[in-house]
Write a protein that binds this ligand. Structure first.
Ligand code: SF4
Length: 214
């Protein structure tokens, strides 16, 4: 067995490494997983009932992460048809770029897949493919108010064919407004707890007053 687990403890100059019996279990777990033993088999050998315990024993080295990722990409390239790696014609490239230009809609960005048509008849308010833009909060608030007015009118006039559709649109608009508010809150400024200007002025005044009094 290689001593990959030596990295588990910091090496202090001029002092021999000391291993406890438990360290050898950790070294074994790391070495077994690096050697390609599946985690559930390593767990059996170590006598762990929970796979998470085994994974907690294993040291993951940066070079393992890089080489495992590269190997996964190489495997995926082998499985993909060679056609997927050919040079694009100028027309195909234009079409590809055009798709992303057409994704910008009034309330945000349409996230439908490349080559996929809009199957929701551009009813973006109720469409799950819309990624709302928080800057359009005001516009969506107006749309929602208008939808509610239309629903009230439809109920008053007995236009039952309109009511269900309007209710779906209102629910979609409310969800998107909520998402916009969450996005704004997530990306809003973070208060670092610095003293504000008024506090500083107040303190300076007090200092001056104290000087004048002395
Ligand atoms: S309705 Fe949906 S799929 Fe169609 S443009 Fe709007 S967000 Fe995109």
């Amino acid at each position: 067995m290689g001593f990959a687990g030596a990295a588990l403890r910091p090496v202090v100059a001029a002092r021999p490494l000391r291993f406890t019996p438990h360290d050898f279990r950790r070294i074994f777990a790391t070495d077994a997983l690096r050697a390609g033993i599946p985690p559930h088999i390593a767990a059996k050998i170590l006598g762990h009932a929970d796979l998470n315990t085994t994974m907690g024993y294993a040291a993951v080295y940066p070079e393992d992460t890089v080489s495992a990722h590269r190997a996964a990409i190489a495997r995926r390239r082998q499985l993909r048809p060679g056609e997927a790696y050919r040079e694009l014609s100028p027309e195909e490239w234009e079409e590809f770029l055009g798709h992303f230009e057409l994704r910008k809609v009034a309330l945000g960005v349409c996230t439908r897949d490349f080559g996929a048509p809009c199957v929701h008849e551009h009813a973006c308010v109720r469409c799950p493919a819309l990624r709302p833009d928080p800057a359009q909060h005001g516009r969506l608030t107006e749309i929602l108010a208008n939808l509610r007015d239309r629903l009230a009118e439809a109920e008053q006039q007995g236009w039952h064919g309109e009511i269900t559709g309007l209710e779906v649109s209102i629910a979609g608009a409310e969800r998107k407004l909520h998402t916009m508010s969450e996005m704004t809150a997530r990306h809003g400024p973070v208060h670092l707890g610095m003293p504000d200007f008024h506090g500083v002025v107040g303190r300076l005044k007090t200092d001056k007053e104290e000087t004048a009094c002395s």
